[in-house]
Design a protein around this ligand. Structure first.
Ligand code: GLY
Length: 386
């Protein structure tokens, strides 16, 4: 298959997202092309659950362009997206002599990419990084746009992505074959972010929602052509948003729109007992599962404020269900306690909670502190009591 390229024009840097098959073998070329000069040392940080052959392909390709290639591994859990893991990777980079002319390569899902990106952003005040996402979620969202970070534990809560920075990569290589190693649950989790993109894609790709629904069976069967188009169209939606508001500073709209569903999602995904199907062995929620629930809560909040009609609510629910993602969950704490967690979200501004709510097909807006009753209705919509 041909490789497609989406150019990201972030204010601070322009770079390509390459989408295709067997792209890890092109890592060496990407290194050799780096400006103003290629690195002499590379630290490849790989998710420790990846098949050895995937890591080996990446390592061999890097070694074709670079004398010294070092490997470190990352155990990709939310608990391990931590200051301790961040410090350990800094120490690995320092002990291999990675300097400001060198480069880190992140090989894994969103947790690995965020963590390694943040180490790159801060090591000796910044070294270059290449993102090689290996999950659908990371290909369509986390690897693109330069957000990096780790979680913070404070007041006995795990605060998602609370410590971080913007650090755009040199390039992103989304090699679709790496998705083969994902189990179905991990794979479907990525669809949560795709459904989110379709809900804000209006001016860039108004057909994305319909296209996703029509092609859902092919996507769930992991048809390579359908996946390539899904990833490319989602990256284009994200690219358009990032181009207008790289650092999420717009007063309304802007990059914050990419947080649709996330104020709800972040408040529930760090609760360790929640599972998507009441099986305790499946706890905790994956990020995309929490996003799916967050989208249901957001569209329900919007409906109770008359921002959207029942038809859009029903369509959103159906798309999430048909994607194999949860729309309700049991074991949620009280609404008051979830609202308290949301008030600690890093997106809160001056004590006000900032939500993104849908206002029509493909369209959403930022809303500062909506009426509490509407937020509680959103939470009630995802609450299943058994
Ligand atoms: N994942 C949201 C953003 O990149 O802004």
């Amino acid at each position: 298959m041909t490789t497609s390229i989406v150019d990201i024009q972030a204010g601070s840097k322009n770079y390509p997202v390459m989408i295709g098959s067997s792209l890890l073998g092109a890592l060496g070329d990407a290194i050799a092309r780096m400006q103003p000069s290629p690195p002499t040392r590379v630290l490849l940080v790989a998710d420790d659950s990846l098949p050895a052959s995937t890591v080996d392909t990446a390592r061999a390709s890097l070694a074709s362009a670079c004398n010294e290639v070092f490997i470190a591994s990352c155990h990709a859990t939310e608990e391990n997206k931590s200051i301790a893991a961040f410090e350990k990777l800094h120490a690995a980079a320092a002990s291999q002599g990675i300097d400001r002319g060198d480069c880190l390569v992140a090989l894994g899902g969103g947790i690995t990419g965020d963590l390694v990106g943040f180490v790159a952003a801060t090591h000796r005040r910044g070294v270059r990084v290449i993102q090689c996402p290996t999950t659908l979620l990371a290909m369509v969202d986390a690897s693109v746009g330069g957000k990096t970070g780790i979680n913070l534990v404070a007041q006995s809560m795990l605060l998602k992505n609370f410590v971080g920075n913007f650090h755009q990569p040199e390039c992103v290589l989304a090699s679709i074959d790496t998705l083969d190693s994902l189990d179905d649950r991990q794979f479907r989790s990525g669809l949560g972010e795709c459904i989110k993109h379709a809900m804000i894609s209006g001016s860039t790709d108004p057909q994305l929602g319909d296209w996703t629904r029509i092609n859902l069976a092919a996507i769930l069967n992991r048809n390579t052509r359908a996946l390539a188009e899904l990833i490319e169209r989602n990256v284009r939606v994200k690219a358009a948003v990032v181009a207008t508001d790289e650092r999420e500073t717009a007063k309304t709209g802007g990059r914050a729109l990419l947080n649709l569903g996330h104020t709800f999602a972040h408040a529930i995904e760090t609760i360790p007992t929640l599972s998507p199907d009441d099986e305790s062995s499946n706890a905790p929620l994956l990020h995309g599962e929490a996003v799916a629930l967050g989208l249901v809560a957001a569209v329900s909040t919007a409906r109770s404020l008359d921002l959207v009609d029942n038809a859009l609510f029903d369509q959103t629910l159906r798309t999430i269900q048909e994607s194999g993602l949860p729309t309700q969950i049991s074991g949620l704490p009280s609404n008051e306690s979830i609202v308290d967690r949301m008030a600690h979200d890093k997106k809160a501004l001056g004590g006000s909670m900032r939500f993104v709510l849908p206002v029509g097909p493909g369209s959403a807006k930022t809303v500062l502190t909506p009426p509490l009753n509407a937020v509680k209705k959103g939470l009630d919509a995802i609450r299943s009591e058994i």
